[in-house]
Design a protein around this ligand. Structure first.
Ligand SMILES: Nc1nc2c(ncn2[C@@H]2O[C@H](COP(=O)(O)OP(=O)(O)OP(=O)(O)O)[C@@H](O)[C@H]2O)c(=O)[nH]1
Ligand SMILES: [Mg+2]
Length: 259
């Protein structure tokens, strides 16, 4: 059994950014908004008395009704802004918030934090209207911190994804771990398929053109067959199929979401 991932490096970055920044924007993935809320970031922000806003990013991937529900739930703890870096949703709301914040201090630094791959760098690029931060479907893209000047006195700090002490499998289900680096990609894909079968089984048909089966393994086999991923001898290459499904999930190609 793999060990939970070491996270000292991320924790020290989180602590540093939380000290340097005046305000924290915690970015979460609208498809799994509660699972991508980062307890470490939220606790550290509370300890340091920093205002924290939750940016629910990628709202283009979920129905409006779902985002309203999410907003209501999270607002019990923190102010929420619904956002899409790809469709420029929520930009005006952020801009008016930034204007207010910029009047409070001579220089305002905002730490943009969250799990890997939730869209922190894309969020910054959308506000800057320019590609200043590197983005990628590959979790772990941003390595160091990067200060981006947005307006005269407002700076955003791009950061690497912050994880807590978690197993690779759980991180992969959050889209925060590269599927090719998993020890058992099939197990993780089966967990994801199980979740899809519970939440929205028709997503399997929509994404792969096969009927879902109650049994996640049978569903994975059907997907592999359809994709014609075979090992020598003709059996389905389950590992390759599993990685493909996990990448599709990361890339937003499977239309499923849950609270
Ligand atoms: N559909 C959709 N995809 C998005 C959105 N924002 C980001 N993405 C995609 O999500 C992936 C990750 O985006 P990044 O901006 O690199 O995420 P990050 O949080 O900076 O990731 P790390 O630096 O790896 O921690 C990329 O494939 C983006 O294109 C969005 O609003 N909608
Ligand atoms: Mg990044």
């Amino acid at each position: 059994m793999e060990k939970p991932r070491e996270w000292l490096r991320e924790k020290s970055i989180a602590k540093k950014v939380l000290s340097d920044a005046d305000v924290i924007f915690e970015v979460v993935d609208a498809r799994i908004p509660l699972e991508t809320r980062n307890k470490v970031i939220e606790e550290l922000a509370k300890e340091r008395n920093k205002d924290l806003f939750i940016i629910v990013n990628k709202v283009d991937l979920v129905p409006k009704k779902f985002t309203q529900k999410v907003k209501k739930i999270i607002e019990n703890d923190f102010p929420v802004i619904l956002f899409s870096a790809h469709k420029n949703i929520g930009k005006r709301e952020i801009e008016s918030l930034l204007r207010k914040l910029s009047q409070k201090k001579k220089i305002v630094k905002i730490g943009v934090l969250g799990y890997p791959n939730v869209g922190k760098s894309s969020f910054i690029n959308a506000l800057k209207k320019k590609k200043v931060a590197t983005t990628s479907p590959k979790p772990g893209m941003t390595r160091g911190e990067k200060l981006v000047k947005l307006y005269k006195n407002v700076y955003l700090i791009d950061t690497p994804g912050i994880i807590t002490l978690e197993f690779q499998d759980d991180l992969a289900l959050k889209g925060s771990w590269i599927p090719d680096k998993l020890e058992q990609p099939v197990d993780v894909a089966l967990k994801l398929i199980d979740k899809i079968l519970n939440e929205k089984p028709e997503a399997i048909k929509e994404s792969y053109g096969v009927e879902p089966d109650k049994d996640p393994l049978k569903t994975l086999e059907r997907i592999g067959k359809k994709l014609n991923y075979r090992i020598s001898g003709g059996n389905v290459d389950l590992e390759r199929t599993a990685k493909k499904v996990l990448w599709d999930w990361i890339k937003g190609n499977i239309q499923v979401y849950w609270i």
